[in-house]
Design a protein around this ligand. Structure first.
Ligand code: FES
Length: 155
């Protein structure tokens, strides 16, 4: 699945995140909780956020999925902590552009995000990488609308 097409370094970073996912946990009292679901494979992640004053205080995820979807969620939760919702939305667009091959490399400093760039060479895996980011977008929209729980189904 993670074939030799991914550059070796990036491959190792993705494998490390999928085997030792950061923030793989349920938050005690999340402000918003969204289930992201990829109907093509049945994989799903549940993303939970603690938000205070328009800033992401904590992010956690759980669920089951392929290595890329888990690694991407792990990187996401590392990257958005401490970011405002607007900054998180900008990051969503940047990461999606990178993995879809329409935008530049994203170097966020603490999230190893650039390792996801190799996915753009494998169109069938793009949804694996974007699942959690679309789920994050839904979480932000849900939170802003005053909601607490929602679902994001990939199309
Ligand atoms: Fe299901 Fe990757 S194969 S999200």
């Amino acid at each position: 699945m993670l074939g030799g097409g991914l550059d070796e370094l990036y491959r190792e970073v993705i494998l490390d995140h999928s085997k030792n996912p950061r923030n793989y946990r349920e938050l005690p009292a999340p402000d918003v909780c969204v289930k992201g679901h990829n109907p093509l494979c049945g994989d799903q992640i549940i993303l939970e956020l603690k938000i205070s004053g328009g800033t992401v205080e904590a992010a956690g995820f759980h669920g089951s999925g392929c290595a890329i979807s888990q690694a991407s969620a792990s990187m996401l939760t590392d990257s958005i902590k401490g970011k405002s919702l607007e900054e998180a939305e900008r990051l969503i667009q940047q990461v999606k552009g990178m993995v879809m091959g329409t935008g530049p490399t994203v170097s966020d400093g603490n999230g190893d995000l650039e390792a996801l760039e190799g996915v753009k060479k494998f169109p069938v895996r793009v949804k694996c990488a974007t699942l959690c980011w679309n789920t994050l977008q839904q979480a932000i929209l849900t939170y802003r609308a005053g909601g607490h729980v929602a679902e994001q189904v990939e199309k």
